[in-house]
Design a protein around this ligand. Structure first.
Ligand code: SAM
Length: 229
């Protein structure tokens, strides 16, 4: 299906929200603070997948954890179409998608409304001068702290050792508690039979077929809201 056709079909999907939120318009999204009551209509935890691309990992997580609600976020509607189409076709009730920039996250969710965040294969922005654009930089951690519950965790998965080293540096510099870290997720005996090992994203499958190692770290923000590099 061509991109334009996907954009058109996206408008018909009830699991996909495509709000008109911009830097100028400071309004909050109508479901902020109401995702449990008005959207999912249950009190299950809410997990986000940031930069979910085609949203296939969002669906896989949702099927693995039916008592958790998952919201995949990406700025590209043509990619979100894939996950949204599957969600509509299979009537998966614990998945939603948001087409927006992550930078607007606190307009969509209230403090404590989110119980976990996945950051899956974000663009590594390898140039040191671009490091503030990495979705795991101190500014993004501050943003995540505005929505994440105190017990909530952030899980990063990447094939980029530059990004992974940077993430570990930021985590350790800010003394954030690490739940686990792995330099080779798919050969790590501690991660066998976990969603980390059993489920792969679209990019991850490609990286694995190229022989690349996949790294992951899960950590919490310990109630902090300011972070340094
Ligand atoms: C390398 S792809 C990974 C996609 C998917 N997570 C996977 O592993 O297959 C990175 C994704 O992040 C999205 N992205 C990058 N920066 C973003 C931002 N600021 N807000 C929302 N999405 C963003 C891109 O559109 C792209 O789909």
């Amino acid at each position: 299906m061509k991109k334009l056709e996907r954009f058109k079909e996206n408008e018909t999907f009830s699991c996909l929200y495509q709000p008109n939120i911009s830097y100028n318009d400071k309004s909050d999204f109508f479901l902020k603070c109401k995702w449990s009551s008005d959207c999912f209509q249950n009190s299950n935890p809410i997990f986000l997948e940031i930069g979910c691309g085609r949203g296939d990992y969002t669906v896989k997580l949702a099927k693995t954890f039916p008592n958790v609600n998952f919201i995949g976020i990406d700025v590209k509607g043509s990619r979100l179409w894939f996950g949204a189409k599957q969600t509509e076709t299979e009537k998966i009730s614990n998945v939603r998608y948001l087409r927006t920039r992550v930078e607007f996250l606190d307009r969509f969710f209230a403090k404590n409304e989110v119980n976990g965040i996945w950051v899956t294969f974000p663009d590594p922005h390898v140039r040191i001068s671009d490091r503030h654009r990495r979705l795991i930089s101190p500014a993004f951690l501050s943003l995540y702290s505005k929505v994440l519950s105190n017990e909530g965790t952030i899980t990063l998965k990447t094939d980029s050792s530059i990004l992974f080293d940077y993430a570990l540096k930021v985590i350790k510099r800010n003394e954030l508690p690490i739940v686990f870290e792995s330099f080779d997720v798919h050969s790590d005996p501690l991660l066998i039979d976990t969603e980390l090992n059993n489920l792969t994203t679209n990019y991850e499958s490609r990286f694995i077929s190229e022989g690349k190692k996949i790294m992951a770290v899960r950590f919490s923000l310990k109630g902090k809201s300011d972070f340094v590099e």
